[in-house]
Write a protein of this length. Structure first.
Length: 40
């Protein structure tokens, strides 16, 4: 289940790359924080 969360974040980051590198970084960081909170 935990791997699935990371896969979703990575996919969202790849999609966000079409808007720009900074958007992709933001999505990845935001997703990482959410995963960190959910995992606890």
């Amino acid at each position: 289940m935990n791997n699935m969360k990371w896969i979703i974040v990575i996919i969202l980051s790849i999609i966000a790359l079409s808007w720009g590198i900074w958007t992709a970084i933001g999505v990845f960081v935001f997703g990482s924080i959410i995963i960190g909170l959910i995992a606890d």
